[in-house]
Design a protein around this ligand. Structure first.
Ligand code: TYD
Length: 213
């Protein structure tokens, strides 16, 4: 079996993390012999832990200096490199189906906002840095949801993180849409405003179609 890499992307509260186990279950039913690896960025590795600690600080990132923002970008990139080395590439070599909750597109979309005015065309700048050493996903499921609704969903969950603000998420959602428009062959758009079950079914169906190709 050849390895496959599927990534899930979308703003905070778009429901990707909820859909992930449902998608995995449906793939396992269809291909019981296939090894399935569930993973995420930020990872649970050393750099990922530093990042998560910073994200818990709900003080927002308005006060962050340009240097702090660049620092954060490079931490996400270092975490991604570690993710590739430790999990993604070995699993793909092993013929696994790798499902990642967030991946390099999150860095382009989120840090593409935090670095506005600091880097020229930050989304493209970040994508160019990734290009020579990234494993490109076979498919990216982009969960699209109105940021206001996404924030409402998050409202019921304790511990607000620093990126969970309306204007910020509106810009991130715009970046995701721009990125997806440029690569229609890789992206599948998921209407995340539907109920959980329907969202998971749509997402799983897209992945199963890819496997049947
Ligand atoms: P998230 O998957 O939402 O974590 P949680 O399990 O806590 O919901 O990711 C944490 C945050 O990190 C989220 O706001 C998106 C942000 N992020 C970036 O800003 N850049 C990146 O490269 C990645 C992977 C995540």
């Amino acid at each position: 079996m050849i390895g496959r890499l599927i990534t899930l992307e979308g703003i905070d509260g778009s429901g990707k993390s909820t859909a992930l186990p449902h998608i995995a279950r449906r793939i396992a039913e269809r291909q019981p012999k296939r090894k399935i690896v569930l993973t995420a960025e930020p990872t649970s590795g050393e750099v990922g832990r530093i990042l998560r600690k910073g994200l818990k600080e709900a003080s927002g990132d308005e006060q962050a200096s340009p240097a702090m923002r660049m620092n954060e970008l490079f931490l996400f990139m270092a975490d991604h490199a570690e993710h590739l080395d430790r999990i993604v590439l070995p699993s793909l070599k092993d013929g696994a189906m790798v499902l990642s909750d967030r991946y390099a597109d999150s860095t382009a979309a989120y840090q593409g906002v935090t670095l506005q005015g600091i880097l020229p065309h930050p989304v493209f700048w970040i994508q160019e840095v990734f290009r020579p050493w990234n494993a490109v996903p076979d498919m990216t499921l982009l969960f699209l949801l109105d940021p206001e609704r996404a924030l409402k969903r998050l409202g019921s969950r304790p511990g607000k993180e620093k990126f969970e603000r309306l204007e910020f998420l509106i810009s991130v959602e715009e970046n995701f849409r721009t990125i997806a428009l440029a690569e229609p062959e890789r992206f599948v758009l998921i209407d995340a405003a539907q109920d959980e079950e329907t969202v998971a079914r749509d997402a799983a169906r897209a992945v199963l179609d890819l496997l049947a190709r």
